[in-house]
Write a protein that binds this ligand. Structure first.
Ligand code: HEC
Length: 198
């Protein structure tokens, strides 16, 4: 008699434990497959806003107190329609120049234009996986295998982010408003011999 009461009284606990396990593993799977937690996104926002991404990837505009990032185009990179004259020639120790938007940079590497980091699928990072993002930052090459990422993108510093931080940044970038803006390809250095057209 005693034994059966024991079984009886333990059975609901076992079932409850099994359900709790199912619920837990279910939510872990859901997190993997879908939305990151609000905490992770908040951490990503914190890292993006303290690590200067908006300094270069959000075009600056003239505000009442001088140039400031135009958050209506947040992190959308160098504006595609902006026509630029050739960069000024470097003189003495002044070897780098930047456009007023802070999105186009001229230096010994040529002219680089800051990338569109919004989730637009065609012109931004919309189709990037977490892996593409982490590989880009860790190796300093587009998606880990393409062309080298040019200055002044601070790859030498950002490659020191932890995996957790990079995942948080990536998760946050997926939540910001997508902006359609096709950033131009970089231009080669003016001093390099011009490639012969054949
Ligand atoms: C000092 C300016 C600067 C800062 C700060 C900066 N970037 Fe960049 N970033 C650039 C430039 C310029 C490029 C384009 C380089 C090129 O075309 O090779 C770039 C390229 C990238 C790319 C590569 C895109 C691609 O298609 O390969 C990613 C990803 C990126 N930045 C993310 C970030 C993130 C995230 C932050 C903040 C944590 C950040 N950047 C901060 C200047 C900057």
């Amino acid at each position: 008699m005693k034994r059966s009461t024991l079984v009886k009284s333990n059975l609901p606990a076992c079932i409850a434990a099994a359900f709790a396990w199912l619920a837990l593993s279910g939510s872990a799977l859901a997190a993997d497959a879908g939305k990151p937690s609000a905490d992770k996104v908040a951490r990503g926002k914190y890292l993006v806003t303290t690590s200067g991404c908006n300094d270069c990837h959000t075009p600056w505009t003239m505000g009442p107190n001088g140039p400031e990032p135009d958050y209506s185009r947040m992190l959308s990179g160098h504006p595609e329609k902006m026509e630029l004259p050739p960069a000024p020639k470097p003189v003495g120790p002044w070897i780098v120049s930047a456009a007023a938007t802070n999105t186009a940079w001229s230096g010994p590497w040529g002219v680089s234009f800051t990338a569109n980091l919004t989730p637009d699928p065609e012109t931004g990072l919309g189709k990037w996986t977490l892996r593409n993002f982490v590989d880009t930052i860790r190796t300093g090459r587009h998606m880990g295998r393409g062309r080298p990422i040019l200055p002044p993108m601070p790859i030498p510093m950002y490659k020191n982010f932890t995996d957790e931080d990079l995942e948080a940044i990536y998760s946050y970038l997926r939540t910001i408003p997508p902006v359609k803006n096709a950033v131009p390809e970089p231009l080669p250095p003016a001093i390099a011999p011009t490639a012969s057209k054949q």
